[in-house]
Structure formats: structure tokens, C-alpha cells
Design a protein around this ligand. Structure first.
Ligand code: TRP
Length: 340
């Protein structure tokens, strides 16, 4: 089985944007790949250093979300992994910083974009996260002497620079210390971003424009009925715009009744259906989607779900230990008489 590693920062419960942009793909991949789903709690600290409680709660919350949508760590090949519980990741990160020119980070387009959005000055920890992410990925790299199979990394578009820089780091390490690490390859999903309830191009917790997988029926109703639609449409008999309209983007993503969606779009453009009806039908569709997720969440809520994280972390750590061992040997840092 080919290996997959991907990660998520635990900084709050997961929403529909996470589902469309990540979880939906992950659910399919778990049938065919050896999967490592990383709860990147150290990376979460790069933006939430002052809120360890949020991160701690979110680890459980996100695990529950992942289980509720059908990721299944009872399968042998599916592993939930807690980043901070694998010290080998931090050790690899340190080694990788020695072969990573600072200019690579400064020129990374995702870092440049995120720097603009930081509320405080960037910490070293923040600037270093692409290197740490390379360690996340390469800790599960097979020994390139045994297999050239790249680690596959399912991510949105914004993460592609980090995947490329992971390969640059791996090559720099290998050219300095000898062939030690393999490569990785991005699997880019079709939708990187999912529009928010307010029409903002990104659904996000900080913008307060999200529907969460754990939202109740009442919350979902309230959110959908007050969604942003076509601002130019004043009366229900005005012709409306479908293209780029969040209510129709949501219909396309979540309403399985494609005939109904087509009919609503046609009537919307003609001005023969009101926003209220479009939203009510969307509410039904999203409820249909969320109801089985809520059921599963209930089942898992009373279980000791952290045992899944513990099991997966152990498996990832074994792979990480092998890689760190090779890295130390390559760098001349293996002192067998001193290190027990
Ligand atoms: N940077 C990713 C994000 O913000 C999360 C992440 C951490 C990740 N480690 C990873 C993604 C390793 C892929 C591989 O979404």
C-alpha cells in the first residue's frame, strides 16, 4: 500500500469547508492507502501560542469530527496521529533547518500571504513551520534504498509550496549527508476553498461564517436562512444570479437531488423562485448530509476515542524512529556508546 500523510491544525471544530476541501477526499483514500492523519498541534501553536486550552480541546473535537464523517481508525491502514507526541518530528525539524536556506522560507508564497494576516510579528516558530511540516511528511518516508515510492500528501492548493519545499529539503539533506530521505507528492483536491455564509471566499472560524459538522438543526436553520445570496436581488420576482452565489455553491456541494437544483437555478434566473424557498431546500439538503454525521458523533461521544489517537501515534512513531536513526547516522550524530 502506498503511504499518505496529511495534517490539520486543531484550532476549533471542523466545518463544511473542511469537509469539501479535505475530509471528503480522505474518506475515499482510506480504502486504498496506508494513511496517517496528523493532528498538527505544534503547528497550531505557530498561530495560537497563547491558547493551549483551545488546542487541547480541539484535538478531541477534531478527532470526533473525523470519526463522525467516517474515517475509520479500526482499519489497520488508518492512523490518527498526534504531532506533539512524536518527539522525533522535532528532532528531524532541527536537522532539516541546517540544510534549509532562510531565503526559501522568505520566498514561500503561502508564508508571504500568511505573514500579512498575522496580528503580531512573526515568531521563529512560525517561520520554521514549513521545515517542521517537511519533518511531518518525511518521518513516514520509506528508506529510498528500499523504495522510491513518494509519500502522497492530499492538500489544498495553498499547501503546494510546502510540498515542493519538503522535496527541496529532502534533496538538500541527501546531497549533504548521502541518500537518506525519499520524496513526496501533492494530491491536490479540486476545491481548495469553500465560500463562507457571508459570501467571503473562505469559510473560516475566525470570520464567523461557518456551518460546523457538529451544529444542531436549529443552528443550521438560523445560519442558512440568513445566508448571503445575490445582493442585487431585492424582490423575489427579480431575476437573480446563480454563478458564484453561495446558496447555489452549497446546493451543488450538498444537495443530492440534482434535478431539484437545476430547477431552482432556472427559476432563480427567471425570477420565479424566492430566496426563502431556495434556502429552505438547501436547509433540507444540509440536514440530510449532517444527520448521519450527528448519529455517528453520538455513538463515539461516550467512547474513549483518544485510544485511536494513541494507537495511530505509536505506529507513526515507529516509522519516525527509523528515519531519525538514519538521519543521525548520516550526520555522524550516532554515538552508540553514549546514547542508550
Ligand atoms: N499546514 C497544514 C494546514 O494548515 C496542516 C499540516 C501540518 C499538514 N502538517 C502537515 C498538511 C503535513 C499536510 C502534511 O492545513
Amino acid at each position: 500500500m502506498k503511504r499518505i500523510l496529511t495534517g490539520i491544525r486543531p484550532t476549533g471544530p471542523l466545518h463544511l469547508g473542511h469537509f469539501v476541501g479535505a475530509l471528503k477526499q480522505w474518506i475515499k483514500l482510506q480504502d486504498d492507502y496506508e494513511c496517517y492523519f496528523l493532528l498538527a498541534d505544534i503547528q497550531a501553536l505557530t498561530t495560537h501560542a497563547d491558547n493551549p486550552k483551545l488546542i487541547q480541546e480541539s484535538i478531541r473535537e477534531v478527532t470526533l469530527d473525523m470519526l463522525s464523517v467516517g474515517l475509520d481508525p479500526l482499519k489497520d491502514n488508518v492512523n490518527f496521529v498526534l504531532q506533539s507526541a512524536i518527539p522525533e518530528i522535532s528532532e528531524l525539524t532541527t536537522y532539516f533547518t541546517m540544510v534549509t536556506p532562510f531565503t526559501w522560507i522568505q520566498k514561500n508564497p503561502t508564508i508571504k500571504e500568511e505573514l500579512k494576516q498575522l496580528s503580531k510579528g512573526a515568531t521563529l516558530g512560525f517561520m520554521n513551520y514549513p521545515v517542521s511540516q517537511a519533518a511531518d511528511i518525511l518521518m513516514v518516508s520509506p528508506n529510498p534504498k528500499d523504495s522510491k515510492e513518494p509519500v502522497l500528501v492530499p492538500v489544498g492548493n495553498d499547501q503546494v509550496p510546502h510540498i515542493e519545499s519538503t522535496n527541496r529539503v529532502s534533496r538538500a539533506f541527501n546531497s549533504t549527508y548521502g541518500e537518506t530521505f525519499g520524496e513526496c507528492k501533492a494530491l491536490v483536491g479540486d476545491i481548495g476553498r469553500f465560500v463562507g455564509l457571508d459570501g467571503n471566499s473562505k469559510m473560516s472560524k475566525s470570520l464567523n461564517n461557518a456551518i460546523y459538522l457538529k451544529d444542531s438543526t436549529e443552528e443550521v436553520k438560523k445560519k442558512i436562512m440568513s445566508m448571503y445570496t445575490d445582493p442585487k436581488r431585492i424582490h423575489p420576482d427579480d431575476p437573480g444570479t446563480v454563478e458564484g452565489n453561495p446558496v447555489f455553491i452549497y446546493h451543488d456541494a450538498f444537495n443530492e437531488n440534482k434535478k431539484e437544483v437545476k430547477d431552482l437555478k432556472e427559476r432563480y434566473e427567471k425570477g420565479t423562485v424566492g430566496d426563502v424557498e431556495v434556502k429552505e431546500k438547501l436547509f433540507d439538503a444540509i440536514e440530510n448530509f449532517l444527520e448521519p454525521i450527528r448519529q455517528k458523533r453520538k455513538e463515539f461521544e461516550n467512547e474513549d476515542i483518544m485510544k485511536y489517537v494513541s494507537d495511530g501515534t505509536k505506529k507513526a512513531q515507529e516509522l519516525a524512529a527509523g528515519n531519525v536513526d538514519r538521519a543521525r547516522k548520516a550526520m555522524g550524530l550516532d554515538y552508540p556508546t553514549i546514547r542508550s
